[in-house]
Design a protein around this ligand. Structure first.
Ligand code: URA
Length: 326
């Protein structure tokens, strides 16, 4: 059990790390404790660790979807709704399952031999309060607002897009970069891809408010081009700061850029799916980006398999009509 003095020391150390990143002001942020999104206290009320060796999902085409089985729904995904292929794609970053090259390191898979992908950022202690996490995030956000590290992005952005959600969330969603809608509103995943993401969240029996959502890049790349490697490294400190402040239990990487950047690998997204990786204390899963699904609806079936795979680890069986856990 960490003593209050030790806790204070760790928080001071983390805030000093942020200061080291050029973030001087530590604003106070009030987070309503009775917010509906309030998560259970850190260190308590969390699911027991689940087995790490998971079978791969049923092969595409096999009917393992229970009440969400294929029928008239060609993708098998419960959030399926009619849409016009290709419409609005320009409004979201272009993500293809094989784009966005990065470092060559093989990512660490949790099974059979867990090893750390990269040193975990100095996380706030598990006992840190939501207010402390929110304060740490506010410091970082100020750094993003002032950031000029990528001259092209800084000169073309309308708003920076830091992240949104519960600072005490146990789930963090990581996307690629803001698109036009996000750049205008300053919030991640509010355009067409965001609508689809919301549908997926609901199908996973979650609420958007209980997830912290952010991107690898905090600024929109002009024309929604794929983020450059240098831009991703410039922004990585902010992402690491967010991971340290939130210290989630689960990270879902949406698309190639998110997965390859977080895990520092060049492996294609198709190879990263259906397994858990370790990042700090978080279990990481990777799947296709919602923008990719808008262009390639049949891939919704794979994403649904990935969601079932991930939620099963959290004790929720999405194949069944009702919950078996949280
Ligand atoms: N695509 C992303 O990766 N992030 C957003 O915020 C919106 C679209």
């Amino acid at each position: 059990m960490t003593s209050p003095n030790e806790l204070r020391r760790l928080i001071r150390q983390t805030l000093e790390m942020y200061r080291g990143m050029g973030l001087e002001q530590i604003p106070h942020v009030a987070v309503p404790v009775d917010s509906p999104a309030a998560a259970p206290p850190r260190g308590g009320g969390r699911e027991p660790a689940a087995p790490l060796n998971r079978p791969r999902a049923m092969p595409t085409g096999s009917n393992s979807l229970g009440s969400n089985s294929l029928g008239s729904n060609p993708s098998g995904a419960p959030w399926e709704r009619p849409f016009k292929p290709g419409a609005g794609v320009a409004e979201t970053p272009a993500v293809s399952p094989s784009s966005a090259p990065l470092a060559s390191a093989e990512p660490a898979v949790l099974s059979p031999t867990p090893k750390v992908v990269r040193p975990a950022p100095t996380s706030l202690p598990v006992q840190a309060t939501r207010e402390e996490r929110a304060s740490a995030l506010a410091v970082l956000q100020q750094g993003v607002v002032n950031c000029q590290r990528c001259p092209e992005l800084a000169s073309t952005r309308t708003k920076t897009v830091f992240g949104v959600g519960d600072p005490g969330a146990k789930i963090l969603f990581l996307g690629e970069a803001p698109g036009a809608d996000e750049d205008a509103q300053g919030e991640p995943f509010v355009g067409r891809a965001g609508q689809l993401l919301n549908d997926i969240i609901t199908a996973c029996r979650l609420k958007r408010e209980e997830i912290y959502i952010c991107n690898v890049l905090k600024c929109r790349p002009p024309g929604n081009r794929t983020p450059l490697e240098g831009e991703c490294s410039n922004c990585r400190e902010f992402l690491d700061g967010q991971l340290a402040a939130i210290d989630p239990e689960y990270i879902v990487c949406w698309g190639t850029t998110a997965a390859q950047n977080l895990l520092q690998t060049k492996q294609p997204i198709g190879k990263l799916r259906q397994q858990f990786f370790r990042q700090g204390r978080a279990k990481v899963v990777c799947t296709y980006h919602p923008s990719y699904l808008l262009r390639n609806p049949p891939a919704k079936k794979e994403v649904w398999e990935d969601m079932k795979f991930w939620r099963q680890e959290m004790g929720v069986d999405l194949s069944q009509g009702k919950k078996s856990g949280s």
